[in-house]
Design a protein around this ligand. Sequence first.
Ligand SMILES: Cc1cc2nc3c(=O)[nH]c(=O)nc-3n(C[C@H](O)[C@H](O)[C@H](O)COP(=O)(O)OP(=O)(O)OC[C@H]3O[C@@H](n4cnc5c(N)ncnc54)[C@H](O)[C@@H]3O)c2cc1C
Length: 294
Amino acid sequence: MVTSSFDYHAPTSVAEAAELLTRFGDSAKLLAGGHSLVPMMKSRLAEPKVLIDLGRIESMAYIREADGGLAIGAMTKYVDLETSDLVKSKAPALAQAAGMIADPLVRNMGTIGGSLAHADPAADLPAVMLALGARLITSSTGGHRTIEADDFFVDLLTTGLRPDEILSEIAIPALLPRTGTAYAKFGNKASHFAIVGVAASVTLSPDGTCEAARVGVTGAGPKATRATETEALLNGHRLLHGDQIDEDVIEAAAARAGAGVDLQEDIHASAEYRAHLTTVFAKRVIREAVSRAK
Ligand SMILES: Cc1cc2nc3c(=O)[nH]c(=O)nc-3n(C[C@H](O)[C@H](O)[C@H](O)COP(=O)(O)OP(=O)(O)OC[C@H]3O[C@@H](n4cnc5c(N)ncnc54)[C@H](O)[C@@H]3O)c2cc1C
């Protein structure tokens, strides 16, 4: 399949890319790793007249420590998230999830910014952003804006980005002491896209009580969603007795992980099966996060 014809621009700075995006408006599309956009262009689901390739903007690819957490450039590739010691220590669930995306070919090209801006309902990283309480920073000719992860994923393939905005940085807050994070998914056997994926972040007090829990679910519904009922059933409850994990509390909380999700049915799974997987994977990641927190 061949794309329709388009003009190609390769800016070397974010400011130049933002100026091009403002100039060409709706007729333009940003190109990052191309692993969602190019297939859409080849199948004519997207027919931009202008392509603005972010690939030459070296200043958009970085992983830095910032305020005890992380600042990640939107053009950072999955392979760099997966293998970075800084990401492994500051946001273990993010390194874990990046390593589960597709295959080496996709991980060598796909970017964190492209994944989040595309907001595929089966993408892995949106759930992790929700669990980690990430902030997404945009750039445009008008300046910068910060969008909380909770407000970013609006609907199927729809985000809080304005048409003139470039997602430029992802800020991951510092983990509090005794915090564990984890991600797990039931992936499609061919593409590895999440049929259901769950990310969790759990902070424990010294006596093992849950001080803060955030749980993000992807794949199950049209957009990544916080499992707020699960979080409420964890918060304030003792999850550790000495070294012993309280399985009953975790199981009861995980059972509500699909509660706020508009469970989808498609050729890969029924809504009922997705509900079941959401519970199973929520239990698994909460347990793993608690183990890491201690
Ligand atoms: C075979 C295959 C298997 C896959 N399996 C998985 C999987 O298991 N898990 C998973 O999560 N994903 C999977 N993907 C999707 C992959 O992760 C894509 O890379 C990702 O969805 C898009 O990232 P990209 O960098 O390729 O963006 P692109 O395809 O270049 O862009 C995607 C969209 O985001 C916009 N965009 C890109 N960057 C920005 C930015 N900085 N600011 C604003 N808008 C921007 C583009 O204009 C476009 O609309 C798979 C893809 C393929 C082809």
